[in-house]
Design a protein around this ligand. Sequence first.
Ligand code: ARG
Length: 302
Amino acid sequence: MMTSSSALTSSAFAPLPHFTRPTFLMCPPEFYDVDYVINPWMAGNLHRPSRDTAFMQWKNLYRQLQRVADVRLLHAREGSPDMVFVAHAAVVQHGLAAVSSFAHPQRQTEEGHLRKWLQDAGFLLWETPRETSFEGEGDALFDASGGHLWAAHGVRTCKHSHRHLGDAWHTRVTSLHLVDPRFYHLDLCFAPLSGGYLLYFPGAFDAASLEKIHAAYGADKRIVVSELEATQFVCNVINVGRDVLLGAVETDLAKRLMERGFDVTEMPLGEFQRGGGSAKALALRLSDSALALGDPRIESTL
Ligand code: ARG
């Protein structure tokens, strides 16, 4: 159901889903392909992903994520080749799901499938207006405490949608401006991690946004990645406690994360990088961010 303004859709009076373990949603790459070009990574990759290799890579990520979290599944649908990047279809916190209004018609078909799944699973739905595009965890990420939402605009998500997000959770939202089309989503250049750390690529932001980031994260908490690393999708990580899952990286990033107490698992995700995404984009967080990122053991290993 689309509305002209934000609206809450309650699924009767069922109790909201409650999670005792970090929980994510994934969608298998049954119909995954690069069928169109809506980001710079897709150019030159039309119909190039191998579905067999994509399935192998996806299953490996699924298995690795199951080691550290519960993983639910959403059925893929024909005609929605990017649906595997399920993290962009919503943001979930405290049992409330803000459902995306994708900027491109090619991805709008995904909205209804995820909305139905979330509703059947008992989540409260927060509809976002079509006029102000918003792309879920692609552009909106809660910090480790769960009390602060970082939201990006400039490419896919419209700045005006940030107000609707603040209203959804009555939470503080900090807007960040993305300035490099290669990093068209926040989850490609910014990742709040356990222990209050931040993994980020400064070159993706304008100066005012960098000031906001630096005011919130002290120098000792910032893990800066290089342009080369950012183009290898290293910010697109899944972090659960001290575990960090990410695509293969050619630099010493794993070492820099391990020095701060993280356990790092790298895996090939190249077929998805042809479509412009990596590990993080393939899993939507369903449990609260604090359950996944609030691991005190990271602090104590410093
Ligand atoms: N083809 C998808 C899109 O352009 C890829 C999404 C992956 N994005 C990301 N932020 N990791 O929407």
